[in-house]
Write a protein that binds this ligand. Structure first.
Ligand code: SAM
Ligand code: SF4
Length: 468
């Protein structure tokens, strides 16, 4: 088969997969020892791990992933909410309710005042980070509509510590010039999922519209980076094609970005196909990924690209989300709606959502659950505001220095949340947890505990948005 692009080499992926055998115990130990060095793995090692199905071998992979996760990310988990501004779309993606052919969907692009109303709801729940999402078609203003929406999000001030401090964006691919204009609106990460790296499947799933162009999409992160957006997020929609091929496709993509720009993606998203109105494909995915395989995917990604964030959305149930946190997840959404206007109108109509969700809990419920599990919920946005993005971020992350900032910032932003938005029960739980964490940190790193305590004291005395 012909290669789709110079860097997603289908023949190479297929031959790596064909050569990969289930590892012996000795081979597995060797690969996992290598993973613990936190330098990633070769594609043939990844392909071998992907073959594993034996429960004992899987448990060894999970144990190693847990060690890597804790070593790099500690107990922090960063929270965000998606904000769907528009469901207008010119594409016919077979898996999505926003596809142009779905006539059941009421088309709607929120006005800027409606966007501000949605943001107010999210701020008053306690959110500080938003992922702005839209279909691939904009109202009369064109792309300016998205730029205005980003400005609208940042403009809202509400409640005690209330504003959104980082807007990440998940929209259709842009040209370099358009990406430059988007960056000028102060966005955080630009996110784009290739959906499937497998060209024939890509062609089958994208039936009409600009998204049919595989190469234009797979090269979007290149153009974003060329435009100076150095935090880029990538992803795979699991269920469309063989997950083993997809993971190796992703590795080809990451290797390409690393060699070309000196830094790979900031995050990887791992959505699984969920039922969507007007989509037969979503009702019966051609390559369904079961829960055990899904956990294996998260764990292998954690070992393969240890410094790349992994995002877990509310597509998944609370149970699966809980099980994947320790295996590698670093960011999660909470209290999400996938229909424009869904927050302020409290709309949960399946026919109007992009796809159905598995976790419907409020932010407060998710936070209480995380705290009970020993995680530190974080709303930190310090890195991108201090220019610690792209390779500057990696320069700090790889020698392990970033966590000296992340832990104090997480505890400080969690304190803000507890004081300003939490229910009394969550506040009690969180406050107790923060004091236990401070004691623990003080035992190994008194300086870090001191800087965290200083920020917490400032917040308790009324200061907001404190970070290092
Ligand atoms: N329209 C833009 C695009 O396609 O790139 C923006 C993002 S789209 C609204 C967000 C993502 O939702 C898609 O990239 C796709 O991976 C995911 N998605 C679409 N349909 C889905 C479904 N049925 N289940 C789970 N995720 C889905
Ligand atoms: Fe449109 Fe994106 Fe849905 Fe495709 S996935 S139909 S491009 S909103």
């Amino acid at each position: 088969m012909t290669n789709a692009t110079s860097f997603i080499d289908h023949d190479r992926i297929n031959s790596t997969l064909a050569a990969a055998k289930t590892p012996s115990q000795a081979q597995l130990s060797e690969i996992l020892a290598r993973a613990l060095e936190l330098k990633g793995l070769s594609t043939s090692q990844i392909a071998q791990l992907l073959q594993v199905t034996d429960p004992d071998q899987l448990n060894s992979i999970f144990d190693t992933a847990r060690q890597v996760k804790t070593g790099i990310y500690g107990q922090r988990l960063v929270l965000f909410a998606p904000l769907y501004i528009s469901n207008l779309c010119a594409n016919d993606c077979a898996y999505c309710a926003f596809r142009i052919r779905n006539k059941k969907l009421k088309r709607r692009a929120l006005r800027q005042d409606e966007i501000r109303r949605e943001v107010e709801v999210l701020i008053n729940e306690g959110h500080k980070r938003i992922l702005l999402v839209a279909g691939e078609s904009y109202p009369a203003q064109g792309l300016q509509y998205v730029f205005d929406a980003v400005d609208s999000v940042y403009s809202v001030k509400s409640g005690k510590s209330g504003s959104i401090r980082r807007v990440n964006v998940n929209i259709a691919p842009l040209s370099v010039e358009e990406f430059k204009a988007l960056k000028a609106h102060n966005i955080g990460t630009y996110q784009i999922f290739q959906e499937t790296y497998h060209l024939p499947t890509y062609q089958k799933m994208h039936l009409a519209g600009p998204k049919k162009d595989y190469v234009w999409r797979v090269e979007a992160p290149d153009r974003a980076m060329q435009a100076g957006i150095d935090d880029v997020g990538v992803g795979i929609l699991f269920g469309l094609y063989d997950y083993k091929f997809e993971i190796l496709g992703l590795m080809e993509h990451i290797a390409h970005l690393e060699s070309r720009y000196g830094v790979g993606p900031h995050t990887v998203s791992v959505p699984r196909l969920e039922p969507a109105c007007g989509s037969d494909v979503s009702a019966s995915p051609p390559y369904p990924v079961d829960d055990t395989t899904f956990k294996k995917i998260v764990a292998i990604l954690r070992l393969a690209v240890p410094y790349t964030g992994i995002i877990m959305s509310t597509r998944e149930t609370a149970r699966i989300r809980r099980e994947t946190f320790a295996l590698g997840v670093s960011q999660l959404s909470a209290s999400s709606r996938t229909n424009p206007g869904g927050y302020s109108e409290n709309d949960r109509d399946f026919d109007q959502a992009q796809f159905s969700l598995g976790d419907h809990r409020s932010l407060d419920e998710v936070i209480a659950d995380l705290a009970q599990m020993g995680y530190i919920p974080s709303f930190c946005t310090a890195c991108y505001r201090l220019g610690r993005t792209g390779d500057h971020f990696m320069e700090l992350a790889k020698p392990g220095q970033i966590k000296f900032m992340c832990d104090p910032n997480a505890l400080a932003t969690f304190t803000e949340y507890l004081l300003d938005y939490a229910t009394p029960a969550t506040r009690d739980l969180g406050t107790k947890m923060i004091s236990e964490k401070l004691t623990q940190i003080a035992q190994t790193n008194p300086q870090m505990a001191q800087s965290a305590q200083k920020m917490i004291t400032e917040i308790e005395s009324g200061k907001r948005d404190v970070y290092i």
